[in-house]
Design a protein around this ligand. Structure first.
Ligand code: GSH
Length: 213
């Protein structure tokens, strides 16, 4: 069975959501980013020396490890083209899609992290928050034509990723006024795949916490 390493309230929710959309059931393992323990006592430093989730460990001979949220979620979606969670490789549509995923990873997900960890000077925090608001405004404008999802009416891995990185309450980026974006995120969150991801995560975190207590 494939293993998926996750952490509470992080971008690993995107990987869970995509797996759920595809009906995949990897073994979930919780990594506590603060005390560095795992729910199954694996040494996470060996799983990913860079110390972050999500990581998918394949149940193949080489036990291949796939990290980087956009790569991992794209890999899962590419394995199941019939689900239409990602455009086909080699198409211009895919090029634009990868452009969007890279934008989400670098201009949104990674911009939140130093803010949430309170690592920035006041000036640095203001600059980073402004960058985040600009990036989310671009998404809001895309959604203004009443499309259901970022690339149209089809739900994709990009939508899973945006939903998993709505960390503005913790990073202080003021984006609640972006009404198209907020309605869209609620739409993603209402999907059974998202609800299952939240439930599975909460249950696993509770088991891990109980073990640590
Ligand atoms: N480049 C990685 C970064 C992933 C990442 O930042 N993961 C965070 C949660 S969203 C994490 O595990 N942080 C723990 C740590 O850095 O100690 C990706 O895009 O997947």
């Amino acid at each position: 069975m494939n293993k998926l390493y996750i952490a509470a309230q992080t971008c690993s929710l995107a990987a869970q959501l995509v797996a759920n959309e595809l009906g995949l059931t990897p073994e979930l393992i919780h990594y506590n980013v603060f005390d560095k323990t795992t729910s199954n006592d694996d040494n996470f430093a060996e799983v990913n020396p860079l110390g972050y989730v999500p990581v998918l460990v394949l149940d193949n001979a080489a036990q291949d490890r796939i990290s980087e949220t956009i790569v991992l979620t794209s890999y899962l979606a590419d394995q199941h083209p019939e689900a239409n969670l990602i455009p086909a490789h080699g198409t211009l549509e895919r090029v634009h899609f990868d452009q969007l995923l890279t934008f989400l990873a670098t201009e949104i997900a990674q911009k939140h992290i130093p803010l949430m960890r309170k690592l920035l000077t006041e000036e640095g925090a203001a600059w980073t928050r402004a960058k985040l608001v600009s990036a989310y405004t671009v998404l809001d404008q895309r959604l203004a034509d009443a499309r259901a999802y970022l690339t149209g009416d089809q739900f994709t891995v990009a939508d899973a990723y945006v939903w998993s990185t709505m960390w503005h309450p913790r990073s202080g980026a003021q984006i609640e006024h972006l009404e198209h974006l907020m309605a869209y995120v609620a739409r993603v969150e209402a999907r059974p795949s998202a609800q299952k991801a939240l439930k599975d995560e909460a249950e696993l975190v509770a088991i891990h916490n109980a073990k640590a207590a």
